[in-house]
Design a protein around this ligand. Structure first.
Ligand code: ADP
Ligand code: MG
Length: 273
C-alpha cells in the first residue's frame, strides 16, 4: 500500500534549536497512528509538517505526491490533511456551530448545497448535530473540540492529525472526543494521527511513534512499546493503567496475563478462576 503522507529525512531548526533531526515516516490510508514523547521531543513540530504549516529545513514531506514545499499545492495538501489543536477556543470562529463547520468548505469553494450536506454529515459523525444552532461559547470543552473536528471533516480530509486534542478537557469531554475519533477511524476508515500524553489513548492505535529529542526512537505496536520498560522510562512515558495493574498483580504472584485495556483485564481475571 502507498502511504498518503511520506516524511523523508526531515530536519527542522528554530534558530539554534534543532527540533527535528532526520525524521522519516509513512502514514497509511485508514491507520490509527499515535505519536508520544516527552515535552520538547518534537511531536508538534512533526505534526505541523504533515500539512505544510511548517516546512523542513532539509528533507521533504509529500502528501499524495504533492511536496509541502510547493506553494501552489498548499490548499490541496490542507484539504487532504486536516489538523486539530489542543485548545478548541482558538479553533472556533463563527456565531453558530453550523456556520463554524461550514467555514472550511466555504474557503475551499465548495458549492453551497454541497456545504449544507457536508455540515450536517460532519456534525452527525461527531454526535453534535442536535447542537447545530447553538453558539460555540455555550458548549462544554468536549463539545467545542468535536465541533472543531467537524469543521475539519467538512473539508473531507483523508488524514486527521490531532495534537493533544484532549489535553484541556475534563474526563467526560475526553471520552466524548475519543469516541468521535474512534468512530472516524473504525467506521469511516479515516487515517488518524493522534499526539497524546494519555497512554490509555495510545493503546487504541495500530502503531505508535515514540519521539526522543527530535528523532524517532522506535515505531512499533503499543503492546511492543509498553513491554519495554527501560525504553518507556527513558522516554519519560507512563504506561496504561490497566497494564500497570496487571503487572502489579503478577508481582504479587498472581499468574495473570498482561492486559492493555479493560476488556483484556476482565478476560484475564476470569481465566484465573
Ligand atoms: P513537543 O510537541 O514534543 O512538546 P515541540 O515540537 O513543540 O515538542 O518542540 C520541539 C523543540 O522545539 C523544543 O525544544 C521547543 O522548545 C522548540 N520549539 C518549538 N516551537 C518553537 C518555536 N516556535 N520557536 C522556537 N523554538 C521552538
Ligand atoms: Mg506539543
Amino acid at each position: 500500500m502507498q502511504p498518503i503522507i511520506e516524511v523523508k529525512d526531515v530536519y527542522h531548526q528554530y534558530g539554534d534549536t534543532e527540533a527535528l533531526c532526520g525524521v522519516s515516516l509513512g502514514i497509511y490510508p485508514g491507520e490509527f497512528l499515535a505519536i508520544v514523547g516527552a515535552n520538547g521531543s518534537g511531536k508538534s513540530t512533526l505534526a505541523r509538517h504533515l500539512n505544510g504549516l511548517l516546512l523542513p529545513s532539509s528533507g521533504e514531506v509529500k502528501v499524495k505526491g504533492f511536496s509541502t514545499q510547493d506553494a501552489d499545492d498548499v490548499w490541496q495538501i490542507r484539504s487532504i490533511v486536516g489538523m486539530v489543536f489542543q485548545n478548541p477556543d482558538n479553533q472556533l470562529v463563527a456565531t453558530t456551530v453550523e456556520e463554524d463547520v461550514a467555514f472550511g468548505p466555504e474557503n475551499l469553494g465548495v458549492p453551497s448545497k454541497e456545504i449544507r450536506k457536508r455540515v450536517d454529515e460532519a456534525l452527525k459523525w461527531v454526535n453534535m448535530y442536535e447542537h447545530r444552532q447553538r453558539s460555540p461559547h455555550q458548549l462544554s470543552g468536549g463539545q467545542k473540540q468535536r465541533v472543531a473536528i467537524a469543521g475539519i471533516l467538512a473539508m473531507h480530509p483523508e488524514v486527521l492529525v490531532l495534537d493533544e486534542p484532549t489535553a484541556m478537557l475534563d474526563p467526560v469531554g475526553r471520552q466524548e472526543v475519543l469516541e468521535a475519533i474512534t468512530y472516524l477511524n473504525k467506521e469511516l476508515k479515516m487515517a488518524v494521527v493522534l499526539i497524546t500524553h494519555h497512554m490509555d489513548e495510545v493503546v487504541l492505535a495500530d502503531r505508535v511513534v515514540a519521539m526522543e529529542k527530535g528523532k524517532i526512537a522506535q515505531i512499533s505496536t503499543p503492546r511492543e512499546l509498553f513491554s519495554q520498560s527501560e525504553l518507556v522510562e527513558r522516554l519519560g512515558l507512563d504506561v496504561p493503567q490497566v497494564f500497570a495493574l496487571s503487572n502489579l498483580l503478577q508481582d504479587y504472584g498472581i499468574k495473570i496475563d498482561v492486559a492493555f485495556n479493560p476488556i483484556e483485564l476482565v478476560n484475564a481475571l476470569c481465566k484465573l478462576s
